[in-house]
Design a protein around this ligand. Structure first.
Ligand code: SF4
Length: 338
């Protein structure tokens, strides 16, 4: 099916028809099954392949090195052990106050309402996160409310991954209404990759929920490469911007995907076409299974310096690393990235 046809299909049916079989993905892209070296199927069993057909439609046919494909195709190197690469690289178990609540920073905390994502990114730092023990139920709200009220510094809630935009509009709205009932909460940040991989998720009902909220909404999408941003996706993101919703982008610097200044410059300009501001460029979190996406610190420095030299300052994403236990992300430019 071409992407034009996906534009006519509602997001719920796209979400229920994800590609989960690596062989099917390769066959759609006219790639040979040998592309999956031994071990890739086992890697897929450990962290399942999930990718929407609309996102596959943005990949280049017959290109085994397509940067979008490399982000989602299970790889035998995921099975290799590297001592620095661990299951909880950001120490989130320590920050897990109660089901759904991850409190790492002073004025804001993460609420994980679902463990589901529309796409499984092979480099995801939460690929081993025990979501099944951490999802808040409706009856947990009173405890969450008490927790927020006991922390007067909190003024922002971040809905994060799993991907909050895999929730139905009704469920999303009911959680937003709960948060709106607390006067101390002023901002709601939603971190989501769904508008990139299934742009139709941005439907009228979602726009209405976001634009009518008392809270100041900031949607942080996650795109790593300009090829993810076709015209339809850009128009969709721009619709949100036109409704006064702040839309920012965070990317992860990944070997083989976007480890070139030109690719990052193109990404920033493409985001700006859509009215989206580049926000963060994350250095890879050292999660078990993602070692093959890692870059040498000196290469990161070189790439970032070239990005700085080629973009106006307002389009340069902040290069950061998250360090377990730190009270904010650590800016890296001019600092060793080791
Ligand atoms: S949480 Fe985000 S980065 Fe991780 S798999 Fe889901 S969409 Fe990808």
């Amino acid at each position: 099916m071409t992407n034009y046809l996906y534009q006519q299909q509602n997001w719920q049916s796209q979400l229920s028809d994800l590609i989960t079989d690596p062989q099917e993905l390769l066959s759609l892209l006219q790639l040979s099954p040998e592309q999956l070296l031994s071990g890739a199927i086992l890697a897929s069993e450990q962290f399942k392949l999930r990718v929407p057909r609309a996102f596959v439609g943005k990949m280049k046919v017959a290109d085994p090195f397509d940067p979008l494909l490399l982000q989602v195709l299970p790889h035998h190197l995921e099975l290799e052990d590297h001592p620095e690469f661990v299951t909880d690289p950001l120490g989130e178990e320590q920050a897990n106050q109660q089901p759904g609540v991850l409190h790492k920073y002073k004025s804001r905390f993460l609420l994980t309402l679902t463990g589901a994502c529309a796409v499984h990114c092979r480099y995801c730092f939460r690929r081993h996160f025990p979501y099944q023990d951490n999802l808040p139920k409706n009856e947990d709200w009173l405890n969450i409310k008490q927790y927020i009220e006991s922390q007067p510094d909190i003024n922002e809630v971040i809905l994060s991954g799993g991907d909050p935009l895999t929730l139905t509009n009704r469920r999303l709205q009911s959680w937003i209404e709960r948060l709106e009932s607390l006067p101390q909460i002023k901002f709601l940040r939603i971190h989501s990759r769904v508008p990139i991989v299934i742009p139709n998720r941005v439907d009228e009902a979602l726009i209405s929920i976001l634009k009518n909220s008392r809270l100041r909404i900031i949607l942080v999408v996650h795109s790593n490469h300009a090829s993810e941003l076709d015209d339809f996706t850009c128009r969709t993101l721009n619709t949100l911007v036109k409704h006064q919703i702040t839309v920012l982008n965070q990317a992860v610097l990944l070997r083989g995907v976007n480890d070139s200044a030109q690719v990052l410059v193109d990404l920033s300009y493409r985001l700006f076409d859509a009215g989206v501001m580049p926000y963060y460029l994350h250095v890879l979190d050292k999660v078990k299974g993602a070692h093959h996406f890692d870059l040498m610190p000196q290469d990161i420095d070189l790439i970032y310096k070239e990005v700085l030299a080629n973009l106006p300052g307002y389009l340069v994403p902040k290069l950061v690393r998250e360090i377990a236990g730190e009270k904010n992300k650590t800016p890296l430019f001019g600092v060793s990235t080791a």
